[in-house]
Every structure is written in structure tokens, then in C-alpha cells.
Design a protein around this ligand. Structure first.
Ligand code: ATP
Ligand code: MG
Length: 233
């Protein structure tokens, strides 16, 4: 395929990725604006609402910052660099705990070497992993337990996102990676899901020469494992 066609396909993918990510803060801002418009809010709630709106604005600013950064290079490849994988995953784990304070999120490290590096675009990789964590939370009922497991072999680094949620029946397990497909349409609709998350996760991982494997049992839980190629040390 000609290079400029490849680039424009990639730009379209990124455009949908950012549009997908931007939905959440817009929903938050709209929701709180509707509350403010419709009723008098007591002062203690006012502060909470202002904080939530500011947080959502911050998220949008970061998205635009990264978007600008990525596109200013002209090519996504140019924003890849050698990244120490373990500190990046630890940072994402802390962000997830912060995002879901009521969930039980655990990090299990089965790797001794903190010096492993991968060739990656950390912002995109973070979006991919966070999408898996979002799903683990959204498709679990009251008890939201998510375990992130880090493992390594001679050539690869593996991250598993495990949950004990509602699971995916075997007949749907291949389909969940297709755009706009949901194995649980009622629940997806309730939480405003677009069904694009896993498709975008896969596209990001393809750009990292990484793979994504799913093991799931209906009613028991799911485990998504990302396998990233390690750089030679
Ligand atoms: N951890 C999980 N447990 C159970 N089902 C899951 C899990 N992750 C994904 N699924 C199923 O796969 C479908 C596709 O997931 P995907 O992330 O692409 O979309 P979504 O979460 O519905 O929407 P969005 O990501 O846009 O918010 C989900 O609708 C759900 O049926
Ligand atoms: Mg999702």
C-alpha cells in the first residue's frame, strides 16, 4: 500500500480514537451543567461539581495536547520511543486506582528486571490498557476486583487484565473485537458504550507489534493478555 494512503488510514484511526476518548468528559460536563441548570444546588455539592467539571476539562486538554504532539510529527512512528515498560505500567495502575477508588485493583509483578524496554507510544499504550481496565470494571457487578499481572519471557513482556465479572460467552469471544459489537447490549447502552473500545485497543496494539488474547467464561470473569515484544538489552 502506498505510504500516504497508509498514513491517512492511521490518521482516521487516531481521529476515531480521540473522538471515543473525548466522549467521557463531554458526558460529565453536560450532566453537571444539566444539574446546575435545573435546580438550586447546595454549596457543598457546588464544590464537588466544579471539581468534576475541572477534571473533565483537564482530560480534554491532555487529549488535545497529545493529539497535537502526535500529529505535529506528521507520522505516528515518529512519536514512538524506547520506554521502560514496568514504570509505565505502574503509573497506569496508580491512575486506574485513582479513577476507580471503590474497586479492588491489584498489581502482581512476576518480573524481576525493572530495565526491560519496549518500543512504544506511551500515551496510546496507556489508552489501550485503560480501555481494558474500564471494561473489567464496567462488566463486573457489585464486587469489582481487577488484577493486573506483569510477566516476562526472553522476548516478550505480558500484561494481563483479569476480572471476576460477568464474562463473555464463547460464541461472542471472537466478535467482541469488531467495531460496534457488544456481547451485553443492554449494559453497554446503559453506560453509554460505543463498542469501539476493543477495536481501538487492537489497532493500537498492532502499531506496537503486540498481540491481544482473551480467555473468558460466562458468569466467572475475563482475562485479556497483551504481549509486547521486548527490545534487545
Ligand atoms: N471484561 C469484560 N467482561 C465482559 N465483557 C466484556 C469485557 N470487555 C469487553 N466485553 C464485551 O465486549 C464488548 C465490546 O467491548 P468494547 O470495549 O469494544 O465496547 P464497550 O465497552 O461496549 O463500549 P466502549 O468501549 O465504547 O465504552 C462489550 O460491549 C462487552 O459485551
Ligand atoms: Mg469498552
Amino acid at each position: 500500500m502506498e505510504q500516504h494512503r497508509k498514513d491517512s488510514l492511521l490518521e482516521n484511526e487516531l481521529f476515531s480514537l480521540i473522538s471515543h476518548e473525548i466522549k467521557t468528559p463531554i458526558t460529565i460536563i453536560r450532566g453537571f451543567a444539566e444539574i446546575l441548570e435545573g435546580s438550586t444546588v447546595d454549596p457543598s455539592m457546588q464544590e464537588k461539581i466544579a471539581k468534576a467539571i475541572l477534571g473533565a476539562c483537564g482530560k480534554m486538554e491532555r487529549l488535545f495536547f497529545h493529539l497535537e504532539k502526535i500529529f505535529s510529527y506528521g507520522k505516528i512512528e515518529a512519536s514512538f520511543s524506547s520506554i521502560a515498560v514496568q514504570p509505565l505500567l505502574e503509573k497506569i495502575y496508580l491512575k486506574a486506582k485513582n479513577k476507580y477508588p471503590c474497586a479492588e485493583i491489584t498489581l502482581v509483578n512476576r518480573v524481576n528486571n525493572r530495565l526491560h524496554t519496549i518500543w512504544a507510544e506511551p500515551f496510546l499504550l496507556e489508552i489501550a490498557i485503560m480501555n481494558l481496565i474500564d471494561n473489567a470494571i464496567h462488566f463486573s457487578d457489585e464486587k469489582k476486583c481487577v488484577t493486573l499481572v506483569m510477566r516476562a519471557s526472553a522476548k516478550s513482556y505480558m500484561l494481563s487484565v483479569e476480572d471476576r465479572g460477568i464474562g463473555i460467552s464463547s460464541s461472542f469471544q471472537n466478535k467482541v473485537f469488531q467495531p460496534f459489537f457488544s456481547a451485553h447490549p443492554k449494559r453497554s447502552k446503559e453506560k453509554g458504550g460505543s463498542g469501539l473500545g476493543l477495536y481501538l485497543v487492537q489497532r493500537i496494539l498492532q502499531q506496537h507489534q503486540a498481540s491481544l488474547e482473551l480467555v473468558s467464561k460466562k458468569g466467572k470473569g475475563s482475562c485479556f493478555t497483551i504481549t509486547l515484544p521486548l527490545e534487545k538489552q
